[in-house]
Design a protein around this ligand. Sequence first.
Ligand code: IPE
Ligand code: IPE
Ligand code: MG
Length: 256
Amino acid sequence: MPQGQSSTREIPETGLIPKHIAIIMDGNGRWARKRMLPRVAGHQQGVETVRGVIKACIERNIEFLTLFAFSSENWRRPADEISFLMQLFVGALEQEINKLHENGIRFKVIGDLSKFEPKIIEFIHKGEQLTANNTRLTFTVAANYGGRWDIMQAMRKMMAQSTGELPLSFEEENLTQYLSMNYAPEPDLFIRTGGECRVSNFLLWQLAYTELYFTKKLWPDFDEHELELAIQSYQQRERRFGRTSEQLQVALSAKR
Ligand code: IPE
Ligand code: IPE
Ligand code: MG
């Protein structure tokens, strides 16, 4: 399926390996509390999990990995936790960006960056530019991201650039080119750790036909084996996109 094209229109290539995995990394606070540690210790440990998951994705030839790091709703948290999370993000980026580049990883950030300090924005842009031509894995961090924000900002851009066109004639594709993940196919597999069974305003548009996987494992405990379990679960799904099982079999044998 070409980048940005809607999965609801065409049968995407079904492969055994998901091309794009999107993850809500949840449960850091509970992980820390269980150990009588401050919540932020869970966030710190969560960064180690991110390292492991990136490595495991590369080893499995996953092309896109998208992680939800900070939601537009997370500003409602205590100020000291927010500032810790920001520092952790910038610190990890400073430390890892060269390593990401050496490993052929393209780094991207999606979300409303206008609330971040100019220094952080500049750093993000530098990282994106440095790694722009890498092709091994596209690693996206969603920071101050909200699915509704994304659809709204896309809508505003689309309307602003649509001189003469009637909004009524707009198609899905007119909008999707302005979504912040317009460079990636829609996620095949969504994972949420921490036991909650909700999407929490993550990639609302793109998750329309994504296979959902929820695990009680807390993010700091999510390791390569846990990722493997999620992929195995994905491999057992039949992705019908509204069609019947029989239609899929016919399409499959025609391709062979
Ligand atoms: C996820 O862990 C990390 C962020 C939202 C930044 P939480 O901090 O939500 O952990 P729990 O859900 O309180 O355990
Ligand atoms: C979702 O986690 C956002 C991120 C992981 C960044 P939360 O823990 O904030 O989600 P809710 O508020 O419990 O749904
Ligand atoms: Mg949480």
